[in-house]
Design a protein around this ligand. Structure first.
Ligand code: SF4
Ligand code: SF4
Length: 205
């Protein structure tokens, strides 16, 4: 290709082949990932990404590129980065093409989890614990129970001293009963069914 009007400056054709298009198709067919095809790889999302400040390997633009190429191996190598999105939505607000970037990043991560390319990360484990705590406690969250569950799985460190301090404060204020056995939210049975159906839908997609 001639670029400057002379006949000796050429750009070498950079066509890439060997794509596994099933990766792209699968991600694009999910509710979260269906705007992935709009991406034109400008990099605006990555340049302002909050997570990137903490992990230089976190790059929504690159994740989309790898998904487009069906490069499972590179996605696998990014195991410790893929899950780190904070859901701050900066990328989505800035994308000039209307890609729902935050959702697409989650769709790519979900794909990697479902395909067994990456192991379950601390963020996903915590989400599961959070949901379990809400479902087990009639729609309410108990920070103490959630904290103990997270500590049990090694996600936070809770020393004996911490537990004694928190428990004695709860005993003194009389909040211990509420925290250990939270009252169900109003219409919990109806809400529970809605949540259960939503979870089934998510699994289906
Ligand atoms: S800002 Fe939008 S178009 Fe640009 S790379 Fe990111 S997702 Fe793609
Ligand atoms: S939503 Fe996630 S991917 Fe987007 S800017 Fe925030 S941390 Fe980065």
């Amino acid at each position: 290709m001639e670029v400057d009007g002379t006949w000796n400056a050429f750009i070498i054709d950079r066509t890439q082949t060997g794509f596994d298009t099933s990766v792209w198709d699968k991600i694009a067919s999910t509710v979260e990932g269906n705007t992935i095809s709009l991406c034109w790889q400008c990099g605006t999302c990555t340049s302002g990404c909050t997570a990137r400040e903490y992990d230089p390997n976190f790059s929504p633009r690159r994740f989309i590129d790898l998904a487009r190429k069906g490069d499972k191996q590179s996605l696998q190598e990014l195991e410790s980065s893929l899950w780190r999105c904070f859901s701050c939505q900066k990328c989505t607000h800035r994308c000039p093409k209307g890609v729902l970037v935050e959702e697409v990043v989650h769709a790519i991560h979900n794909y990697a989890l479902e395909e067994g390319l990456v192991r379950k990360d601390p963020g996903t484990k915590f989400d599961e614990l959070f949901l379990k705590a809400v479902m087990d406690n009639g729609g309410r969250i108990s920070e103490l129970l959630l904290g103990s569950m997270a500590a049990k799985y090694g996600m936070v460190s809770l020393s004996l001293k911490d537990l004694i301090n928190v428990s004695s404060a709860l005993l003194k204020t009389g909040l211990i009963k509420t925290v250990m056995n939270p009252e169900k939210v109003r219409n919990w049975e109806k809400i529970r069914k809605v949540l259960e159906n939503a979870m089934k839908e998510e699994i289906k997609l």
